[in-house]
Design a protein around this ligand. Structure first.
Ligand SMILES: CC(C)(COP(=O)(O)OP(=O)(O)OC[C@H]1O[C@@H](n2cnc3c(N)ncnc32)[C@H](O)[C@@H]1OP(=O)(O)O)[C@@H](O)C(=O)NCCC(=O)NCCS
Length: 470
């Protein structure tokens, strides 16, 4: 008799973000925004960006190679590879096919999966596909590999400080330390024009920022209700915030994450849950008769619910905010970079705990799902995952550029987007050893990459400073 794979989930994680970044406090001064608007108003510390050497393909080559090497995974053992991205380069040609180079070298071309695209949700679609595959009859016993890779860039204006860039790779299989509670999933999908990329000549999206905030919160409410209903159906008891140890949100910018958790708390209040104490109940009571639409527009509700949820936010959400605050929005990688922050900060105390994840992609697609943490066997132990990711080391080794240099880089990248027949400067001094980088795009738009040697050192340059010393 066939046995189904048990405890399917994430066995291993690695993360990559560019070594080049700009401080939000400096950017807001440069942009002429009021002091504190980006750093406090949006809640962001720093924004990572790709220079002409890096893009979503190079970042994904870097992170996949690094994961396979550091966890010593035989490339022949990958049976499914799924990429989540919303950064379009070759349009019909998937980034997955780029990554096949790594596996072809080892004689493995028997790998299912292509790219999934819907704004910041593509990574979650890719992850669900891989988990479902391992749980299905089609599974052949090998690992799944999920890659989320994006460069989030905006035209000059209010959305620009909500950019960022990163790639994450996650190895999927049974007996995982980070196991899916597959029965508890709530999804909400709908048609809306809150953020989209209709201009194929530009990397920048068309974005209705205010609408996207409301859509995000409405999707969150809907997913939470469905998630709770599923939990209640299977467990026979009400779900509330107290049933999870951490809540991890897709993070376009930190302020929206603060608002989102407050919204879950308000949901618990409306559902008369025991997670809301008497004092908070009294403070939220005046808002109990608001209609759904009124509640999204009420600034007072936003303020009061954030205030009463503050202690729980510090406990259950704050550990997930380090990388998103330091790197910015990473689109498909954002949610998983937030998750990586929890693994980094709390890996020694996570066993037995539940983490609830909320994924949102404009347009719109959204899901809430649950992960259960258990002990993993080396190399898939939580402490080894933290070691491999080396989040603090990577953050500290970054180079802070002045805003002028960031804006100049954005201009170069605007010209390079969709261009052909150029070579890059190939100055890899800022890249860490083992990083892939773009060398050339030829007359047929074919791209060429190299890898910086593992023994080559990285160094600072004249117009950048080490983040460590900043
Ligand atoms: C998010 C976005 C709409 C904000 O742009 P904006 O309209 O210029 O910004 P706001 O005027 O609303 O200011 C942002 C926040 O900073 C606060 N703020 C403004 N100036 C401030 C200052 N000097 N000090 C402290 N806070 C300040 C505002 O009060 C606001 O906070 P609030 O939402 O709690 O009220 C814009 O960055 C955007 O479009 N981003 C891309 C879309 C996106 O990420 N959407 C998320 C869903 S996927």
């Amino acid at each position: 008799m066939e046995t189904k794979a048990k405890d399917v989930g994430i066995l291993a994680v690695d993360i990559y973000f560019p070594p080049t970044c700009v401080q939000q406090a400096e950017l807001e001064a440069y942009d002429g925004a009021s002091k504190g608007k980006y750093a406090i108003g949006l809640g962001q510390d720093c924004l990572a960006f790709c220079t002409e050497l890096e893009d979503v393909i190079s970042m994904s080559l870097t992170v996949v190679t690094s994961l396979l090497e550091k966890y010593q995974i035989d490339p022949k053992m990958i049976g499914r590879l799924e990429v989540g991205t919303e950064t379009v380069i070759d349009k019909s040609k998937s980034i997955k096919t780029w990554l096949m180079q790594i596996f072809e070298e080892h004689g493995n071309t028997d790998i299912e999966g292509v790219d999934s695209t819907n704004a910041c949700y593509g990574g979650t679609a890719a992850l669900f596909n891989c988990v479902n595959w391992v749980e299905s009859n089609s599974w052949d016993g090998r690992y799944g590999l999920v890659v989320c890779t994006d460069s989030a860039v905006y035209a000059e204006g209010p959305a620009r400080p909500t950019g960022g860039a990163a790639a994450i790779a996650m190895l999927i299989g049974p007996h995982a330390p980070i196991a899916f509670e597959s029965k508890y999933r709530g999804t909400h999908m709908s048609h809306v024009y809150d953020f989209y990329k209709p201009n194929l000549a530009s990397e920048y999206p068309v974005v209705d920022g205010k609408l996207s905030q409301t859509c995000y919160l409405m999707a969150l409410d809907s997913c939470y209700k469905r998630f709770c209903a599923k939990y209640e159906k299977f467990e026979g008891k009400q779900f509330s915030i107290s049933d999870a140890d951490y809540f991890v949100f897709h993070s376009p910018y930190n302020k929206l994450v603060q608002k989102s958790f407050a919204r879950l708390y308000f949901n618990d209040f409306m559902r008369n849950s025991s997670s809301v104490d008497k004092e908070a109940r009294e403070k939220l009571e005046p808002f109990s008769s608001l209609s759904g639409n009124e509640s999204y527009q009420s600034r007072d509700l936003e303020k009061v619910s954030q205030q009463v949820a503050k202690n729980l936010y510090d406990e259950k959400v704050q550990p997930a905010t380090l990388v998103p605050k330091q790197v910015g929005n990473m689109y498909t990688a954002s949610l998983y970079a937030a998750f990586a922050s929890v693994l980094h900060d709390k890996h020694s105390t996570l066993v037995g705990q539940r983490i609830v994840m909320f994924s949102y992609g404009s347009g719109l697609s959204s899901s809430m799902f649950s992960l259960r943490i258990q002990d993993g066997q080396h190399p898939f132990s939580l402490s080894n995952i933290d070691n491999v990711m080396n989040v603090s080391g990577k953050l500290e080794a970054r180079h802070v550029f002045p805003p002028e240099k960031f804006v100049e880089t954005m201009k170069v990248m605007e010209h390079r987007y969709g261009a052909k027949d150029f070579v890059t400067a190939k100055d890899t001094s800022l890249l860490s050893p083992g990083t892939f980088y773009l060398t050339q795009v030829d007359s047929m738009y074919r791209r060429f990459y190299s890898r910086k040697g593992l023994n080559e050192k990285s160094s600072a340059v004249a117009n950048g400073t080490l983040a460590n010393g900043h």
